[in-house]
Design a protein around this ligand. Structure first.
Ligand code: NDP
Length: 286
């Protein structure tokens, strides 16, 4: 039996429609949710991400402002820009596209973003709130995964959840969100012993490693929900996740790559921008 394919594209489309109508309501009240995107240097992948974010905003009626700095603009110029964007009343979300070119102190920049405008949810205050469970913003990828889990009616409470990967942007917050939903959570990483054995316990298995084929069919409990977060480029240039061929024959549910978590990450940035606009303008928080 093949797994049910979790359609991130369709779910993201539905959520975008909801966001669009919420944005229209705000705009009718005189507030245009606005995202400032800062890009430093000319990394082609970053350029694509930024352009996609701007297109997504446009589709939903969210305004986007782009601020492009040369790679050699320097830390203090970037810090000044972030300070200016923090101070602007017409900017609700501030996003600095990562990675920054060599020579920049990325952490210092992220720490400077006003936590109320921190639509990536990377500021330590927002990270702390996620740990406590009283957050306004969630990092986009784990938030997108939770939305997919909900969309497909997958029960988390009391179930074994295994997250492979412990990065600050995916693995760690992912584990916390599952824990907040009363999952029994195990977080794995490169030093985990008996990875296959641990994964086999999972009712919900989230893989955020970035290595093709790291999750093989024998590591999956029959009927489990497998969320493949990774985006890897295969030797033939196609995009693939962490799951090897055959995982979808064992799993009960699985996200495809592409078309699974990726579109959800994008839509959650729009959701966070809308939330920021509401909170900053006192138009009812979430
Ligand atoms: P990182 O490289 O920051 O983290 C990878 C994690 O995988 C680390 O915690 C690492 O462990 C762990 N790991 C590495 N090798 C193994 C192994 N053999 N067994 C078990 N664990 C291992 O990546 P990110 O979290 O930033 O991203 C993960 C993947 O998700 C990437 O493919 C990325 O492209 C993708 N991604 C997709 C998004 C989307 O929208 N779909 C958004 C963001 C990322 P250790 O900590 O010990 O080094």
């Amino acid at each position: 039996m093949s797994a049910v394919i979790i359609d991130g594209k369709a779910t993201a489309k539905r959520l975008r429609k909801e966001i669009k109508s919420e944005v229209a309501e705000l705009r009718a009240g005189g507030i245009t949710p606005t995202l400032a995107v800062v890009i430093v240097g000319d990394d082609p992948a970053s350029r694509v991400y930024v352009t996609n974010k701007e297109k997504d905003c446009e589709k939903c009626g969210i305004a986007s402002l782009e601020f492009a700095l040369d790679a050699d603009a320097g830390q203090s110029k970037l810090e000044t820009l972030v300070g200016e964007l923090n101070a602007r009343d017409d900017v609700h979300g501030v996003l600095v596209q990562l990675p920054l070119p060599k020579g920049y102190d990325e952490r210092r920049i992220l720490d400077l973003i006003d936590p109320r405008k921190d639509v990536d949810a990377f500021h330590p205050l927002n990270v702390g709130r996620i740990v406590r469970g009283d957050y306004a913003f969630l990092p986009c990828t784990p938030a997108g995964v939770m939305a997919l889990i909900d969309e497909y009616g997958i029960e988390v409470e009391g179930r074994e959840c295994v997250v492979v990967g412990r990065s600050n942007i995916v693995g760690k917050p992912m584990s916390l969100l599952l824990l907040h939903r009363n999952g029994t959570v195990t977080t794995c990483h490169s030093r985990t012993k008996n990875l296959a054995e641990v994964c086999r316990r999972a009712d919900i298995l989230v893989s955020a490693v970035g290595k093709i084929g790291v999750i093989t069919p024998d590591m999956v409990k029959p009927g489990a929900c497998v969320i493949d977060v990774a985006i890897n480029t295969a030797p033939d240039g196609s995009l693939v996740g962490d799951c090897a061929d055959g995982v979808s024959e064992v799993a009960g549910f699985i996200t495809p790559v592409p078309g699974g978590v990726g579109p959800m990450t994008r839509v959650m940035l729009l959701r966070n921008t809308l939330t920021a606009a509401r909170l900053l303008c006192g138009a009812g928080g979430e």
